[in-house]
Ligand binder design. Structure first.
Ligand SMILES: *Cc1c(COP(=O)(O)O)cnc(C)c1O
Length: 438
């Protein structure tokens, strides 16, 4: 047995891998990764894989990025961790100040992963209304096909059947509004007209139920786990107006789309000058540390913060996680923001995005709904092949490409550091993998 085979067997015996039916690994071998460099991952035998999904949407500037790595190392020599209840430290303060300036939301509450940020935002919204004497505002609404994480609270506002249905008896009731996903527009209906029609449906629901509604939670611009469903920004504007009028919070879940992913620093900026004009809460995670360490944060308004500021302990937000505001993770996040300050990242991405789109437009594949927002590109493959996604994933690995289609949707969400060679490989290996899997 080679060293590699031994490692794979040990992993299958001891590690329960996420989002996986483990029995499928009888057919699909695990990929043992030894190191990463830029947009590439290398397995234990030296084979290279282009990381077209940014390691589950977390990586922004590539693997082994020197500035982020050095920031973590420098912080490691000072302080690895201290509890954030009763204590503070420079990395968490500096990060909170920067995020406040970027979003217009001045109070930062930290968690460790995306789902915990969703939980924090839901609890905070509910508790805000309760502190204001509106304890009947207990319900949440989200979009059809939404994804906000998989802990029980987050799952209750998630609308992806494979993740949710099994656990239905355990979770809170919430209602799902029609998704403005442009693919669902009627023939001849523009993306914008369809978004306006969906907003009208939202208005009807909110007008009837606002007395019991705490918040709308929404993935701005792109519903990632729905299969990179993209929509017109007017939906966000309308949703904001409606929720404001009826006193319902807007929670922007930018866990996947924050930090430049859709072409603007935050996706909400495509609907308004600043995040705070659209949302009462923004949830951030994934790219926040450049993909280096787990960290999440919920940013909110003075109005929300003030509603908890009180002599009574229980009017405060008593939520906590052990690693809240971890200094190493905050230092990685500060280094990541510094990279945006050092150069015109969004401008450079725009050039790359145009090249990617031009290349896919030349594909001779059965596909529809080719779409793009910044550094997310997606298309739907027309095929009746069962388990297309799995077949395409395996075919891509053979080509030295990490691709994880969602249903029949093939998407790219690569790190921002693609060079000409990486783009060439991405374009050719994807075409070959899809063609082989039809
Ligand atoms: C990934 C994701 C989450 C959950 O984050 P985890 O870190 O996986 O818990 C929530 N919302 C969106 C939009 C996501 O993409």
């Amino acid at each position: 047995m080679s060293g590699n085979q031994d490692l794979l067997q040990r992993s299958l015996r001891s590690v329960w891998h996420p989002c996986t039916q483990m029995k499928h690994h009888e057919q699909f071998p695990l990929v043992p990764i030894a190191r990463g460099e830029g947009a590439w991952l290398y397995d234990t035998e030296g084979k290279a894989y282009l990381d077209a999904v940014s390691s589950w949407w977390v990586n922004l500037f590539g693997h082994n990025q020197p500035d982020i790595k050095n920031a973590i190392k420098a912080q490691l020599d000072q302080l690895e961790h201290v509890m954030l209840a009763g204590f503070t430290h420079l990395p968490v303060v500096a990060l909170s100040e920067k995020l406040a300036a970027l979003t217009g939301l001045g109070h930062a509450f930290y968690g460790s992963d995306g789902a915990s940020a969703t939980e924090i935002a839901l609890k905070m919204s509910f508790h805000y209304w309760r502190n204001l004497g509106q304890a009947n505002k207990t319900k949440f609404i989200s979009l059809q096909n939404s994804y906000h994480g998989e802990t029980l609270g987050a799952l209750s506002v998630t609308d992806v059947a494979v993740f949710k249905d099994t656990y239905a008896p355990l979770i809170l009731q919430s209602s799902q509004m029609p998704s403005p996903d442009s693919r669902l527009a009627e023939a001849g209906e523009s993306e914008e007209a369809f978004a306006i029609r969906c907003a009208a449906a939202l208005e009807t629901y909110v007008a009837a139920h606002h007395e019991t509604l705490a918040a709308l939670i929404i993935e701005p611009m792109v519903q990632g786990a729905a299969g990179m469903a993209m929509y017109h920004p007017i939906y966000l504007q309308r949703a904001r107006e409606i929720c404001h009028r009826y006193q319902v919070h807007v929670i922007a879940d930018e866990i996947a789309v924050g930090f430049g992913r859709t072409g603007t620093m935050f996706a909400c900026e495509q609907a308004a000058g600043q995040v705070s004009e659209i949302a009462d809460f923004i949830c951030l995670s994934k790219g926040i540390t450049g993909g280096y360490l787990p960290l999440s944060v919920v940013l909110t308004t003075d109005a929300v913060y003030q509603a908890f500021y009180h002599d009574h302990t229980v009017k405060g937000f008593l939520h906590s996680h052990s690693y809240t505001g971890n200094p190493l993770a905050c230092s990685a996040a500060l280094a990541t923001l510094q990279l945006f300050e050092n150069s015109d990242v969004l401008g450079a991405n725009q050039q790359v995005a145009q090249q990617l789109m031009a290349a896919v437009q030349g594909y001779d594949l059965p596909m529809q709904h080719l779409r793009q927002r910044g550094m997310i590109l997606a298309f739907d493959v027309i095929t009746t092949k069962p388990h297309f996604a799995r077949a395409c994933y395996a075919a891509a690995l053979k080509q030295g490409l990490l691709l994880r289609p969602i249903g029949n949707t093939v998407y790219w969400m690569p790190p921002y550091c693609l060079d000409a060679q990486a783009i060439e490989h991405l374009v050719h290996a994807t075409r070959a993998a899809v063609a082989e899997s039809l």
